[in-house]
Design a protein around this ligand. Structure first.
Ligand SMILES: O=C(O)CCC(=O)C1=CC=C[C@@H](O)[C@@H]1C(=O)O
Ligand SMILES: [Mg+2]
Length: 331
């Protein structure tokens, strides 16, 4: 990592575990756990998804430590354009989920959810298009299709005028194949890489191979602001900064990252605070008319108490910090 590691005992002593209830199921979860670190520069977040092993999760810890111990970069803009995120809900729920966002100009819609059909996706996207005729719509399949399914589904979904389709299939070459087959069929829908960037040993390979039109990049999974600014600078593709379903503390870091990028051609996926029923401060980082402010977040001490899970989960997270710290120390 780009900064020197603070002592482990200091990180552990300044850690606070929270569990945030969600308004709507997203990524299969209805409660989001996070460990927040208070440091000399402010608060940082470590909230690698619970199923991630230490090798992957340690990058998230590096990001949390960076936010707690380093100043945020000089912002080039005070607010960040953001998209509303629509989980894979039934078409009948699209209106009630989206009305929680203040006047969204861009909406990212989850598709290809396990157990659902293309008809479900088409109905969800059609309803979003009906309710928000002027909005830019994009879809995210989280690798849920194979190549033939992706080409078939995206041909049908492109009737709704999509801005881009994020990670329709697994892998890097898979993205390139879907893109090419769509182009051969006369469909110029842009393809975005997400998992092919953040879960790959070399986040720049997608760009080098020209396998996609743009890259989704996330502060925590890729190791923090400095690491992502470096990736973005080397990438030859446009980048979209997106959240890792962080609390307001992690979103503040991601917004600071987005504020430091010289170019921001697409709305960022940083409106996910709206998916939470509660957050770590009384004034969470939420968008107004599709723009998120760039500011540090200091959790409220009463919120930290209220949202603290049972001791067993606190211990689990502290142990995870130890494991990930060891990875970083030996890197
Ligand atoms: O980009 C957005 O609109 C919101 C963030 C988002 O979709 C995600 C956050 C965290 C985990 C991921 O599964 C998911 C994504 O795939 O982009
Ligand atoms: Mg994605």
């Amino acid at each position: 990592m780009s900064i020197e590691l603070p002592p482990l005992a200091e990180v552990l002593a300044n850690s606070h575990v929270v569990r945030l209830p969600m308004r709507v199921k997203f990524r299969g979860i209805t409660q989001r756990e996070a460990l927040l670190i208070k440091g000399p520069a402010g608060w940082g977040e470590f909230s690698a998804f619970v199923e991630y092993a230490p090798a992957e999760a340690s990058r998230w810890l590096a990001a949390g430590i960076e936010a707690a111990y380093e100043s945020f970069p000089e912002p080039l803009r005070a607010t960040i354009p953001v998209n509303a995120t629509l989980p894979a809900v039934a078409a009948s729920e699209v209106g009630s989920v989206l009305e929680k966002y203040d006047a969204p100009h861009t909406i990212k819609i989850k598709v290809a959810e396990k157990g659902q059909s293309l008809q479900d996706d088409l109905a969800r996207v059609a309803e979003a298009r009906r309710l928000y005729p002027q909005a830019a719509l994009r879809v995210d399949a989280n690798m849920g299709w194979d190549i033939a399914q992706a080409v078939h589904a995206l041909k049908a979904l492109s009737d709704y005028d999509l801005q881009y389709a994020e990670q329709p299939v697994p892998g890097i070459t898979g993205l390139a194949q879907v893109r090419e087959q769509l182009r051969n069929a006369g469909i110029t829908l842009k393809i975005a890489a997400d998992e092919a960037v953040r879960k790959h040993t070399d986040p720049l390979e997608v760009s080098r191979l020209g396998a996609a039109d743009l890259m989704v990049i996330k502060a925590q999974p890729l190791g923090g602001i400095a690491a992502v600014l470096d990736i973005a600078q080397q990438a030859e593709l446009d980048v979209v900064i997106s959240s890792a379903l962080d609390s307001s503390v992690g979103l503040a870091q991601a917004a600071a990252l987005a504020s430091a990028l010289p170019e921001l051609p697409y709305a960022c996926g940083l409106s996910t605070g709206t998916l939470f029923a509660d957050d770590v401060c009384s004034e969470p980082l939420l968008a107004t008319a599709g723009y998120l402010p760039v500011r540090r977040i200091n959790p409220d001490s009463d919120k930290l108490k209220q949202l603290r899970p049972e001791q067993q989960r606190v211990d689990w997270w502290l142990h995870r910090v130890e494991q990930c710290y060891e990875q970083l120390a030996n890197a």
